[in-house]
Design a protein around this ligand. Structure first.
Ligand SMILES: [Zn+2]
Ligand SMILES: [Zn+2]
Length: 248
């Protein structure tokens, strides 16, 4: 029971901060955060992604490239050029490493208003720290796993962030239906597995309206992160961009 709870908390916690902080805030600027809250969410994202923490600045630039060049050769992760999701992940990894080395070579316009925290970025990107997270997950399993096969879940913990990225980018541009046929890419809404992805799999809606905080469009679609954004807005933790409020 403890292992299952740990797995679910890690899966959905990591996914929530990837969607809320890295994607909707860092890459799209759907809402504003003051410096204190930005740093609190920066650290929360680090804690929940742990060994596979994705640098918020690098993530934002990579994601903006995905929107600008969706499903073309310059897209960092389009499934249409790969036979397997693993092949696509390897290409994404190359982009990510190149971005960590030098974001500027992808063009200054992609860097504008992306989150950065130099000291923390240097600390969180160290291999030693990633390995320590991995050891912590393994120790948790060592003490609490009741069956040997539970250890098979460990690789998912090690690579949580990239696995979420691969599911969203692979399925969201390959399987499902389209509400909008005029998005110039292969994006789709993968409704039946979206409960595993917290709204991120409404890719077709999102490519049509990239800055809209609610990824759901039709009455039967539900984006679970959106009510949290509204709640945080009410609590004055964040402020939704005024121009975006019109399109809600
Ligand atoms: Zn997409
Ligand atoms: Zn996006």
């Amino acid at each position: 029971m403890l292992i299952l709870s740990f797995f679910l908390i890690h899966w959905f916690g990591s996914l929530f901060f990837q969607s809320f902080f890295l994607h909707r805030y860092g890459a799209h600027g759907m809402f504003k955060l003051n410096k204190t809250w930005e740093r609190i969410f920066y650290v929360c994202t680090y804690i929940f992604q742990g060994s596979s923490f994705l640098n918020p600045g690098a993530y934002a630039v990579m994601h903006r490239l995905h929107h600008s060049f969706s499903d073309t050769k310059q897209d960092p992760h389009s499934p249409i050029f790969f036979k397997t999701a693993f092949g696509m992940m390897m290409r994404t990894k190359d982009y990510y490493i190149a971005l960590i080395e030098d974001k500027m070579k992808f063009g200054e316009k992609y860097i504008k208003n992306t989150p950065s925290w130099e000291v923390f970025d240097r600390f969180s990107n160290k291999w030693g720290h990633r390995i320590l997270w991995g050891i912590a997950y393994t120790l948790f399993y060592y003490f609490f796993a009741e069956h040997w096969w539970m250890f098979l879940l460990l690789p998912v913990h090690f690579l949580m962030g990239p696995i979420h990225g691969a599911i969203v980018n692979w399925a969201g541009h390959k399987y499902g239906y389209q509400n909008f046929k005029d998005t110039d890419d292969h994006s789709r809404n993968t409704l039946f597995v979206d409960f595993l992805a917290l709204g991120e799999l409404f890719q077709n809606n999102h490519h049509k309206y990239p800055n809209r905080p609610n990824f759901a469009v039709r009455f039967f679609e539900f984006d679970p992160v959106y009510p949290v954004i509204l709640l945080f807005n009410k609590m004055k933790i964040l402020s939704l961009n005024h121009s975006l409020k019109q399109s809600l």
